[in-house]
Design a protein around this ligand. Structure first.
Ligand code: ZN
Ligand code: ZN
Length: 394
């Protein structure tokens, strides 16, 4: 895929102030190790991908999605350190930390800059790997997410005059916050592929959840069985995502690249490899060119294998965003091994690959109702394809 425009990653080091503390799984060192790996591999240096600084979002910008009561509670909690449990702050998932509002507003500002880059045409693709806080609801923090930067970015696009926005969420958890915020809005197509809510937080996102009145078919959920690997995941993705996004014809493609679908991730039960995740990023990039003239905003998301997975997955993502994907088999640089050893005291992975070629069987070759995976894919197609005038049969 040839890119016809410049690309950016929105980043400055103080974005790592979004930090729930040493006992929390979402340690910001994952972002630091990613940016260091991307730097050492030349992804962010001297190539087509420019690093641009992240502004802090204003209260008015945050209030385009969030209730004033939540914003006030986040500010109070961040000043006093006291829990605000009525809005989800001070729980085990979302502990309170000082400066919480500023840190969360910075993540929102970074995503808004990525959206602005793409909508203005300054960038064809733009990424914020600290963004993708997809669980935050309009009125409460949830699942490590204080403000929903993705939803605020999509709302901004609509306010600028975008007619249709497609959002594809490949995090292992259901993208429930983004879905809920645009549930009744036919201008926003949200597609989430995730481990089934029968087994995993937040417990939602089933094939029958298709959107509110007047917006039927614009929420799409593929709930995957635990144990799904590259072949099954890519089969599901290609059976559902391209057809729907193509038919929807968005002005912009927005994607959330949580990499907690990896086998090594400690919080969930899918078993993808970095190679499968890389294949998903390549497919999303191609889709952006095919359906949205290349206009693509990419965010991070979950990912709790801090050394073995996140830096490699998101460096692949940034390379794809730059228009110059890294070979899957690229070795990781010696300077990065030393950095990892010094920073976290563990041995860094030696290759950008897990050595598993991401092959899958195409849905059009037929499906097997005897398998849990194929039943789920079929259920999603049956529930939403007709709402878009598409044939659910292979
Ligand atoms: Zn491109
Ligand atoms: Zn997640």
């Amino acid at each position: 895929m040839r890119c016809a425009g410049p690309s950016t990653v929105v980043f400055d080091p103080t974005l790592t102030d979004y930090d729930f503390g040493p006992a929390h799984p979402m340690a910001p060192v994952r972002v630091d190790l990613t940016m260091q790996l991307a730097h050492e591999l030349g992804v962010t240096t001297g190539g087509p991908l420019r690093v641009v600084p992240a502004p802090v979002a204003t209260l008015d910008q945050i209030a385009t999605v969030h209730d004033p009561a939540l914003i006030e509670a986040v500010q109070r909690a961040g000043n006093t350190g006291a829990a605000e449990l009525q809005v989800g702050l001070g729980s085990e998932d979302n502990p309170v930390f000082l400066g919480m509002h500023e840190a969360a507003a910075h993540v929102v500002g970074a995503s808004l800059e990525a959206f602005r880059q793409v909508w203005s045409g300054e960038s064809l693709h733009s990424a914020n790997i600290t963004g993708g806080l997809h669980h935050a609801m309009a009125d409460r923090a949830s699942g490590f997410c204080v403000y929903n930067d993705v939803a605020i970015g999509i709302r901004w696009l609509l306010d600028q005059g975008a007619q249709r926005v497609a959002y594809v969420d490949v995090d292992v958890h259901h993208g429930d916050g983004v879905q809920a915020i645009f549930w009744d809005d036919p201008r926003v197509l949200t597609i989430s592929l995730h481990e089934t809510g029968q087994f995993l937080f937040p417990g939602t996102g089933f094939s029958g959840d298709v959107g509110g009145e007047g917006a039927e078919g614009t929420a799409v959920n593929v709930s995957l069985p635990p144990g799904t690997g590259d072949a099954g995941w890519l089969r599901a993705f290609h059976a559902v995502v391209p057809d729907l996004v193509r038919e929807f014809a968005p002005d912009v493609l927005v994607t959330q690249q949580g990499c907690d679908s990896h086998a090594e991730d400690p919080l969930a039960h899918l078993v993808l490899s970095v190679d499968g995740q890389r294949a998903a990023y390549v497919a999303l990039h191609e889709l952006a060119h095919e359906v949205a003239s290349g206009r693509w905003v990419a965010t991070g998301g979950g990912g709790y294998a801090l050394v073995d997975v996140v830096p490699r997955a998101w460096t692949h993502l940034l390379a794809v965003v730059s228009g110059a994907p890294l070979d899957a088999e690229t070795p990781t640089p010696h300077a990065w091994h030393e950095y990892v050893e010094e920073r976290v005291g563990v041995t860094a992975p030696r290759s950008m690959s897990d050595g598993r070629p991401p092959e899958f069987r195409d849905w059009r070759e037929g499906y097997d109702p005897g398998t849990w995976l194929d039943r789920e894919i079929n259920a999603t197609r049956t529930a939403v394809f007709p709402l878009h005038g598409l044939d659910p049969l292979p």
